[in-house]
Design a protein around this ligand. Structure first.
Ligand SMILES: Cc1cc2nc3c(=O)[nH]c(=O)nc-3n(C[C@H](O)[C@H](O)[C@H](O)COP(=O)(O)OP(=O)(O)OC[C@H]3O[C@@H](n4cnc5c(N)ncnc54)[C@H](O)[C@@H]3O)c2cc1C
Ligand code: FES
Length: 337
């Protein structure tokens, strides 16, 4: 096995100090059931007061008491400045993140959370917005839907789940304009998936598309939307789309332009790990190239991208890089830090 990147959402933190950027001491104030194995969690500042604002598409980190660090999208637009609401689905194969939250967390628990981060911003003034969600991928998509409703902007929602029991917000969705809301249940469609190609083909030429769901759905969506302008197609991956192999990491020098320090990244090692081991203060969260916390500006060098945060166009410019999972084609990578 030559994969050194931890499996999706793995607890690979023991080798790194806890990230301290933008940590907020919070308290869990409400838990609501919204679907099978899926709950909404409301957090407020432990000492009360407003939380940093955010826009739809943003997520926060939960620093779980069991040592795991996990990311969760905010599900309601920023109407209450003192609360963050996230939706969590218990992953059937969870090694501790979602399972801990669903089974162990209770109202009153104190927990560290991060300030919101947004890699999936909504174009609120788009001519038309097509929102597509699969399973728990509804969390950022539902936040966007509510925002577009509040702003009275045109939108269409396609939301697919295995069955009705798995669909969060079903009752509310059924009260919305049936022309705009298209719900799909695999078990009521002879196991057939939502027809993504038809959803995309039916949208106006200038529509912006937002999709979040399981990786196979996102890949099918990207293929189906390939003929649309790339800048109008937006995705958020909850798990990595590609894992860097050991022979794709390390074997190059990193120079930090601001301090002038240089570090050799040995083959198989991540830039993030080497910098931390050397005492450099770098923000991080997922360590898997899916959250954007470690995004760093590139001054020179040819990084090899293994993240799911930057679009293909952004990766091609080599202006930014996720240092938790990148390799490098050139001998030296000069970073703006
Ligand atoms: C930006 C962002 C936003 C997110 N928003 C949400 C959200 O709103 N709601 C939500 O529920 N989740 C969200 N997630 C996902 C969430 O952060 C966690 O990854 C998820 O809860 C699973 O964590 P876990 O610890 O339960 O599972 P993990 O133990 O991390 O397992 C996750 C998956 O990894 C695989 N896996 C498990 N063990 C192994 C192994 N040994 N080897 C290989 N593969 C393995 C399995 O397929 C499993 O399903 C988001 C992620 C990101 C990056
Ligand atoms: S730490 Fe999440 S993308 Fe690098």
């Amino acid at each position: 096995m030559d994969t050194v990147t931890a499996p999706p959402g793995a607890a690979s933190r023991p080798h790194l100090p806890e990230p301290h950027a933008h940590i907020i001491e919070a308290r869990l104030t409400k838990i609501e059931d919204v679907a099978r194995d899926t709950k909404l969690y409301t957090f407020q500042r432990a000492e009360g007061g407003p939380l940093p604002p955010y826009k739809p598409g943003a997520h926060i980190d939960l620093h779980l008491p069991n040592g795991l660090l996990r990311q969760f999208s905010l599900v309601v637009p920023n109407s209450d400045p003192e609360s963050y609401v996230v939706g969590v689905k218990k992953d059937a194969n969870s090694r501790g993140g979602s399972r801990y939250i669903i089974e162990e967390m209770k109202v009153g628990d104190r927990i560290k959370i991060s300030a919101p981060r947004n890699n999936f911003p909504l174009m609120e003034n788009a001519e038309h917005v097509v929102l597509i969600a699969g399973g728990i991928g509804i969390t950022p998509i539902w936040c966007m839907t509510q925002q577009l409703i509040a702003l009275n902007r045109p939108w269409t929602l396609y939301y697919s789940c295995r069955s009705r029991d798995d669909m969060a917000f079903l009752e509310t969705l059924q009260t919305l304009d049936p022309q705009a809301v298209h719900l799909h249940f695999d078990d009521e469609a002879d196991g057939k998936f939502l027809d993504l190609a038809a959803a995309i083909a039916g949208a106006p030429a200038n529509a912006h598309f937002y999709c979040c769901g399981p990786n196979p759905m996102l890949k099918a969506f990207e293929t189906a939307a390939a003929s649309r302008p790339h800048g109008n197609v937006h995705v958020e991956y909850f798990t990595p789309k590609e894992e860097a192999k050991a022979n794709e990491l390390g074997g190059f020098w990193v120079e930090l332009a601001r301090s002038g320090e240089e570090y050799y990244i040995p083959p198989g090692k991540k830039v993030l790990e080497v910098l931390f081991d050397s005492g450099v203060d770098v923000d991080y969260s997922c360590e898997l190239g899916i959250c954007g916390a470690c995004e760093t500006r590139v001054i020179s060098g040819e990084p090899v991208h293994h993240d799911a945060v930057l679009s293909e166009e952004e990766q091609a410019t080599n202006e930014k890089v996720m240092i938790c999972c990148c390799g490098c084609k050139s001998e030296r990578l000069v970073l703006d830090m």
